[in-house]
Design a protein. Sequence first.
Length: 425
Amino acid sequence: MKNKWCLFVVFYVSFHACLCAETLRLVNLVYRHGDRSPIEIFPKDVNQIEKWPQGLGWLSKIGMKQHYALGQLLKTRYIDTGFMKEEYRRYEISIESSDEDRCLMSAYSNLAGMYPPDDDQKFNHDIPWQPIPVHTRPAYEDNMLNMGEACPRYDELLEKTMETFAIQEEEKRNKMFYQYLGNVSGWDHENISNIWRIADTLYCEKSHNLTVNTWADQKWNNTQTVFEKLRKLENFQFTLLYNGSEMSMLKGGPLLGRYIENMKNKMQFLNVATRMYMYSGHDTTVAALLSALGLFNDVSPQYTATVVVELHEDPSKSFYVNIFYKNQTYNDKFVPLTLPGCAFDCPFDQFVKLTKGAVPTDWKRQCGYPEPKGKSGSSGLSTGWIVSIGLTGLLVVVLVVGITCVVKEQRKHANMPYGRFDVSS
């Protein structure tokens, strides 16, 4: 009966309202940043750097508006329904971001839409905004959102993927297309691994109504435009990033593991007050998580694409998980997804069991880093520790002997005039 009622609510409110709000206990969500300027500009592009006043890879005003709108959607879904307080409460929500300006700015724009301050919260009555903290860490230490921390094993698997027969055939099939792109763009050696650079730049320019490179809208083999073919190849390239369960685990597994940890803490009454964990990342972040869940549809996630994993508790005190995906294609609706092998209302224990292989047990080791010395399983101390302890013991002995000698010498001269000299500095 509960499931039928939930499905009725799903269709009735078109996913804009919180589904079965009375059972909701925790929300995990990750989104891609909003619209931005290109990451790179090819040498022969008719639009050069002066077209982008803030530089490359920067969140645009369009992107700010997109995330402000997403924040309003989240407010409607989780605040207006009573799940979270209307006033910002620091203990109710935790926000982490990739250490990229566009991701941090997206998070701030999102929170501005989610938490418009009332009069008591305004620090300046002329500014309808309040500062809300967003946490981050350097990219080279982040294996979860930026995914900039090195993983040798993943690099090895990606290289093997690029050497497969299927990819070699793809390269042969599109050899003339890649050569053509090299000529019109000014970049040499274009292939499936770097074709996204041109596709992304053209997409950004079209989104901002800039002058289009004439060759981009020309037909290729009378079937599709050069730009359309580029976008298809860009999507194909995305599928290669998570080609197989191990690659998905190494890239999407850390965030999935964090989701599960957050839910376990909530169930065990740890961090009881926290109701939402929000993560601001990239298209690769969203795709990696979807891939780890077995739900990636082989399409590059759009700006503000969002994956939501909700923890619910039914009247019998059993916990279950709901998954939703939102992007612009769905007109900003939260569309339900079903974990392979489970129902939409997926029992938490079954969710953990089905995703066990997608969550790393020791990410560093599974990435191929050598095991730290002293953790080989032997009960003895490492050589370094033995040497350190020996030197420390020797130093203590020397100090004790030295102090003893000084004390004896002082006692010896205690009754002798001018037995010690005071030296002024």
